[in-house]
Design a protein around this ligand. Structure first.
Ligand code: NCD
Ligand code: ZN
Length: 349
C-alpha cells in the first residue's frame, strides 16, 4: 500500500477566486499547494480587457501570503464585442494565457457571454492563428434541452462544428462531466490541440449524490454531476495518464446564504482540500502512480510551460476538511465535504 507520494507541485488550470474579501479568504487555500492557476474571468463585471486583467492580477498578487510564489494566469472573458486585435495584443504581452467562452446565460456570471458564435468568428480565427487556447464552458443554453444532456448536445451542436471550422484552434473542454466528452476529447487528442480539465468533485460524486437523504445545495454546480457511468468514465480518463486530461478544480466559492436558499447558485468550493480530494479519487481507482501526470505534467505541456520544479508530498493520514471558510466581511463558504475526514495529508516539502 502506498503511504506517501512525492509530486511535482501541481497547477490548477480552472479556478474561480472572486474578488475583494472573498478573494482574500479563498486564495491562501489554493496558493498553499498549487504553483499556478488559470483564474476564471467571470467576476460580476467580466474581465474582458487587458487593463482589467492586469488590475485583477495585481489584486490577486496583493492577497497572497508573504513570500508565496503562486502565479495567477489570466483568461479573457469573451463577449459578442471582443476585439481580435486587443485580444491578440493581450496574449502577446503575456497578460492573457487563454480566452474563455461562456455561452451567454450558461452559468454563474455568464450574462455577458457570447450569444452567437458567428459573432466571434474573427476572434476565433485570430486565436487559431496565434495558437491562443480557447477554454470552453461546454453546455448548450437551449432551455428545451434537459440539464443532464446539455454537455453532450453541446458537443454535437457547437464543439464538433467549431473544431471543423477552425482546424488549428487549440481548445480546452473545461470541467468535462460525461462519457461523451471523454470520447470526444480522445478522438481529437492525437492532434494535441484538444484537451480537457476534470474537477475533483466530478470524480467523487454522481447525480444521485445531490439528492442523498434530501436536497444538497452544496453539491449543485454546473455542469451538473451526471450518472454513475459518467463518473466512472471521468475517473478512467483522469487516471489514464493520457496527456489530454489534466487538473482543473473549478472551485467556485459562493456564500452559504447564496447556496442555502430557494434558488441557490451553482458552484462547489473544493479549494480547501483540492489535492487531497484528487488523491482520494486516484487512490480509490488504484492509480496514485498517475496523479502526477494529471496534476503536474499534462497541463503545463498543453500550455507550453515547464512543469513546476518544487515538489509536494502527500501522506496517507487524516485531513479534517474545515466546516467553513469565513471572509473578513462575514461571508461564510462551506467547503465540499465540510467537517469530514479525508485520507490524504498535504505537505509542502
Ligand atoms: C462557476 C461559478 O460559480 O463561477 N460555477 C460552477 O458551478 N462551476 C461557473 C462555472 O464554471 O460554470
Ligand atoms: Zn468554472
Amino acid at each position: 500500500m502506498i503511504t506517501s507520494l512525492v509530486l511535482r507541485r501541481p497547477d490548477d488550470w480552472h479556478l474561480h477566486l472572486r474578488d475583494g474579501a472573498m478573494l482574500r479568504a479563498v486564495l491562501p487555500w489554493t496558493a498553499r499547494c498549487f504553483g499556478r492557476a488559470i483564474v476564471m474571468p467571470n467576476l460580476r463585471v467580466p474581465v474582458s480587457g487587458s487593463a482589467e486583467a492586469m488590475a485583477y492580477r495585481d489584486r490577486i498578487r496583493a492577497a497572497l501570503p508573504p513570500s508565496c510564489s503562486f502565479q495567477p494566469l489570466m483568461a479573457c472573458y469573451l463577449t459578442d464585442h471582443t476585439d481580435p486585435d486587443a485580444l491578440a495584443a493581450g496574449h502577446d504581452a503575456g497578460v492573457f494565457i487563454a480566452a474563455k467562452l461562456y455561452p451567454a446565460h450558461a452559468t454563474t456570471n455568464s450574462d455577458h457571454g457570447v450569444t452567437d458564435l458567428a459573432l466571434i468568428r474573427p476572434v476565433l480565427a485570430r486565436m487559431e492563428r496565434i495558437a491562443m487556447p480557447l477554454l470552453v464552458h461546454g453546455e448548450v443554453t437551449d432551455p428545451t434541452v434537459d440539464i443532464f444532456d446539455r454537455e453532450a448536445v453541446f458537443i454535437d451542436r457547437v464543439l464538433a462544428p467549431l473544431l471543423a471550422d477552425f482546424p488549428g484552434l487549440r481548445v480546452v473542454f473545461e470541467h468535462v462531466t460525461t462519457g461523451e466528452a471523454v470520447a470526444f476529447v480522445r478522438a481529437h487528442a492525437g492532434t494535441g490541440r484538444v484537451a480537457a480539465t476534470v474537477t475533483a468533485h466530478h470524480l467523487l460524486i454522481n447525480r444521485s449524490s445531490i439528492f442523498e437523504g434530501g436536497i444538497r445545495p452544496h453539491l449543485y454546480c454546473l455542469p451538473i454531476a451526471k450518472r454513475e457511468r459518467h463518473r466512472l468514465a471521468l475517473v478512467e480518463a483522469a487516471t489514464s495518464g493520457e496527456a489530454a486530461f489534466f487538473l482543473g478544480t473549478d472551485s467556485a466559492p459562493h456564500p452559504i446564504t447564496a447556496k442555502e436558499t430557494a434558488c441557490g447558485c451553482a458552484g462547489l468550493f473544493t479549494a480547501a482540500t483540492a489535492i487531497e480530494l484528487y488523491a482520494e479519487a486516484f487512490d480509490a481507482a488504484g492509480r496514485l502512480d498517475r496523479l502526477e501526470a494529471f496534476a503536474s505534467l499534462n497541463g503545463p505541456r498543453f500550455y507550453g510551460l515547464e512543469p513546476n520544479v518544487e515538489r509536494i508530498t502527500l501522506r496517507r493520514g487524516p485531513t479534517l476538511v474545515p466546516e467553513a471558510v469565513t471572509a473578513e466581511d462575514g461571508a461564510v463558504v462551506r467547503p465540499f465535504r465540510a467537517g469530514s475526514t479525508l485520507n490524504w495529508q498535504f505537505g509542502d516539502d
